[in-house]
Design a protein around this ligand. Sequence first.
Ligand code: E4P
Length: 214
Amino acid sequence: MEFFLDTGIVAEIKEAVQLGIIDGVTTNPSLIAKTGRNQKDVIKEISGIIDGPISAEVIATDFEGMLIEGEDLAKIHSNVVIKLPLTEAGIAACKRFSQKGIKTNVTLCFSVNQALLAAKAGATYISPFIGRLDDIGQNGNDLIGEIRSLYDNYGFKTKILAASIRHAAHVRESALLGADVGTMPLSVVKALYKHPLTDKGLETFLADHKKANS
Ligand code: E4P
């Protein structure tokens, strides 16, 4: 499973890169707004920090506007992946970008049928939003399993990018269900390391070593 960091905050990306297990970055308009910076500047800076896919989302909602914005974002760096909403215009733009060899991440996916449309349009990534489905009383990870079956049935190459991950259990479940990628905040990445028996075991090992060597 690849790990993407879900943030626009450069300091967090720098910190996460040091961990040695981060493969890319995803942003969205809300995450960029939190930085208080211009989207292009943020994406450009991120491309100098990590050598992996960086999703940058279009703001336009019409087909032509998405093409213009996407082309512009793709020029920032070859690692930039154009993030498009799962709408009629977004799927049509996805098809156009995939024909041109530009990578895409189709976002705001909440159903198997939507994931089918993205794969048919040649999306590089489909982003099912686990946490937001949980928020409305559905099991977000069920959708990951269903999309995995669908894509395997037809041999679609679109990668399943589990998004809207809110906690470590989301990572565990989506990994077991076969998500290709998980995008998560730094706090969730850090939570993955934690186990009380690891802490307790390490404490004992160090204490025993000290006793034996004093
Ligand atoms: C990333 O690609 C998504 O935009 C993000 O994971 C959404 O997360 P949220 O539902 O916590 O806002």
